[in-house]
Design a protein around this ligand. Sequence first.
Ligand SMILES: Cc1cc2nc3c(=O)[nH]c(=O)nc-3n(C[C@H](O)[C@H](O)[C@H](O)COP(=O)(O)OP(=O)(O)OC[C@H]3O[C@@H](n4cnc5c(N)ncnc54)[C@H](O)[C@@H]3O)c2cc1C
Length: 397
Amino acid sequence: MKYDCVIVGSGPAGTVTARFAAEAGAKVLIIERRAEVGVPVLCGEGISRKIDNWGMIEGTRWIAGKMEGARIYSPDKTCVTVSAKFGGDETGYVVYRDIFDQELARHAVKAGAKIMMNTKALGLIKENGKIKGVKAKHLDEEIEIKADIVVGADGVDSKVGNWASIETTLKPNDLETCCQYTFTNVKNLDYFCEFYLGKEIAPGGYIWIFPKGKNIANVGIGILASLSEAGMAKKLLDKFIEKEERLKDAQPIRFLAGAVPVALPVETVRDNLILVGDAARHVDPITGGGLTHCLEVGKIAGEVIGKAVKEKNFSAEFLSEYETRWKEAIGKKMKRNYMVKEILLDMDDKTFNMLADSLKDYDFDEISTIGIVKALVKKHPMLLMKLRPLIKVAKES
Ligand SMILES: Cc1cc2nc3c(=O)[nH]c(=O)nc-3n(C[C@H](O)[C@H](O)[C@H](O)COP(=O)(O)OP(=O)(O)OC[C@H]3O[C@@H](n4cnc5c(N)ncnc54)[C@H](O)[C@@H]3O)c2cc1C
């Protein structure tokens, strides 16, 4: 088997890369260890409405609910409501992630990419030290797939990066441990994504309720691995659910557990190799959301792969256009949000409560930095001192 490009992983990062590489003329194969694209779902399924303008996904089958905004609850349950225009940008849709991933795969195939399911990458083929493809197991058969470029789109547990000597180990401080129920028969749901903060509720993370319509909702938790111990995420989530009136008559129809990197991205390019998506840590360190980044970065990766194939140049130097462009697109935001994540970790519950109390009546339709600072100072002047590091980061970015 010989391809221009073999992509390990059929998540959004892999299929979007495949689509744009194939559209640019590259012969592309995606390999996927699972038996079905997008299954099992390992996601809260929230995505920004920014994707409406990107033309990467058609129709509406993948949309479970269109959100009207977000509610953020402080530890003492003070609620800050952000309208769709502002909150909606980040929490725009709740999707059916399996259909979403399959739609992205359909576009990749339409562009000419091939997909091989039940095929697990086992290592890289190297000739004279150069990467020349991947060794894999398809069902029970060991196979070799030769390719000029290997793409690691193999998610948070990425092995491809390690095989190419890229340091991808995550510190417990940079990893969220998550679990989530999907409940049916949930009462009083509307179209707002909800976030619950607090050191006791979810240390170093948050609990979310994302409505999927028809009385169905994803109710999940992410906590920082360094503040966690075995079974803690599920215990804290169960404690929250027990007290939640709307879930009294609800029953779970799905349970999942997974991890999210909340780190700075790693190096993403070597000779004949590229990393995208969670494998490259392209996840927002504050929210743990990775889907929009997969689409943005996957498109860039695919376009650069297309150029490399045309020029027959697979060197790290040539492929570094990918790293330069994704840094232009999301690099600054990733760095800023990583700093903000570190500052938020140091903030105590009392500060979050004061912050929410100051902002609970704030008209976010009139959003401005000065307006927010004024609102903070008016109610809790001491917040200004506490939030100084955050204001500094905001000013610098
Ligand atoms: C509980 C939870 C909730 C989340 N909620 C949200 C959310 O609401 N919004 C959001 O934007 N993000 C969310 N995320 C993050 C989001 O799911 C990821 O950022 C996104 O899935 C990354 O896509 P990807 O293509 O990089 O990797 P993945 O979607 O993980 O895909 C990687 C693929 O590679 C395959 N693979 C791995 N190893 C191999 C191998 N050796 N050979 C072949 N195939 C392989 C895997 O089977 C998988 O299909 C959440 C994550 C978790 C765990």
